[in-house]
Design a binder for this molecule. Structure first.
Ligand code: SAM
Length: 337
């Protein structure tokens, strides 16, 4: 991987506005990537940063940063769902925690990582620290499971037919490459409509990637931990890139703020009430990239930013079912069932 990689961090101006004036303290960049946010935060001399990424390959981007900031920067290769464990030895709670979700262009553009239908590579789609890969899902899940993955995670209308064609193909030989999978999707879609090749494959590839990396489970665990460990008056910023992850983030933030739309049936009224007073939305409406940013970086076009401030530092009990995401979590946690 080259250090010459031309990386433009998404919605950096908005992140800076929310964090301004940068209070001194500990900042957590939960998705280090090429280090865009981390470098920006470290420009403020009174802060320290712990950055997390599940992908070992990004270590190369931390070297320069470490050289210049060895006493106030640390990179941890781990999943952000382990945030509480990672911060266990820290004496002070974080001032801000940032998530820039999803895959990086570095990952998606590398054919060897097998993420994209645009490149020819072995089916992998692992960001790092995974138990399964895309080959396992495509070749081992039942037809019903494949249909559910494409339907729920990809909102793919042809989920049924694509799942059926995959299982038929598997009877001859295993499906090994991104190209083989893309060909099956194209066959299924050709019967129904004239969408471009790009649109045809994007939803199914996204769905498989999300399950391989348990992306929604990670968001749930990461955000609950972040709300828990954050200091009072601390801020959480989340940038999402597609509607399902944004919906999950919104539901979690709404539940723990006074925007709460639903309550848990399994918790007493007093717990539900307490939970709705832990954070406050900073931007009530979701933020999207400015025209100026879109002109410079078209890849930011689907980004959405939500942010909250912690207003009460109290212990809370949670019951995940309040989110109505159980079907997604169940598939991610046990995809061969
Ligand atoms: C969109 S990129 C972040 C780019 C970064 N903000 C920058 O400016 O360079 C997302 C990164 O988050 C990492 N990531 C995604 N899910 C993760 C998780 N659950 N735990 C830790 N890292 C994760 C990916 O490996 C990827 O490197």
């Amino acid at each position: 991987m080259s250090l010459e990689y031309d990386h433009i961090p998404v919605m950096l101006e908005e992140v800076n506005q929310i964090l301004h004036p940068y209070e001194k303290g500990l900042y957590i960049d939960c998705t280090f990537g090429a280090g865009g946010y981390t470098k920006n935060i470290l420009k403020n001399k009174e802060v320290s940063v712990i950055s997390i990424d599940r992908d070992e390959n990004i270590k190369i981007f931390s070297k320069e940063i470490l050289k210049k900031n060895s006493n106030r920067f640390k990179l941890i290769i781990d999943k952000f769902s382990n945030l509480e464990e990672i911060l266990k030895k820290e004496t002070n709670p974080p001032t801000a925690i940032i998530f820039d979700l999803g895959v990086s262009s570095l990952q998606i553009d590398n054919p060897e990582r097998g993420f994209s239908y645009k490149n020819h590579g072995l089916l992998k789609m692992t960001m790092g620290n995974n138990n399964i890969n895309a080959f396992d899902i495509v070749n081992k899940c039942s037809q019903e499971r494949l249909r559910d993955i494409f339907w729920f995670f990809g909102e793919e209308r042809e989920a049924n037919l694509i799942a059926k064609l995959i299982v038929q193909k598997r009877e001859d030989k295993e499906i090994e490459t991104t190209k083989e999978l893309a060909e099956i999707i194209l066959r299924a879609k050709r019967y129904k409509n004239k969408q471009s090749k790009k649109d045809c494959c994007a939803k199914v590839f996204q769905a498989i990637r999300m399950v391989v990396n348990q992306e929604l489970t990670e968001i749930y665990k990461g955000l609950i931990s972040a709300i828990n460990v954050l200091s009072k008056n601390g801020k959480i910023i989340v940038v999402t890139f597609h509607s399902i992850e944004d919906k999950l983030v919104k539901k979690i933030f709404d539940y723990f703020s006074n925007q709460k739309k639903g309550v848990s049936r399994y918790l007493p009224e007093s717990e539900n009430k307490k939970n709705s007073n832990i954070i406050k939305l900073i931007n009530k409406k979701v933020l999207i990239p400015s025209k100026k940013e879109l002109e410079k970086n078209n890849r930011s076009r689907s980004a959405k930013l939500r942010s909250v401030i912690k207003i009460n530092d109290i212990n809370f009990k949670i019951d995940r079912s309040f989110l109505n995401f159980e079907k997604f979590f169940e598939i991610e946690e046990n995809c061969y069932a």
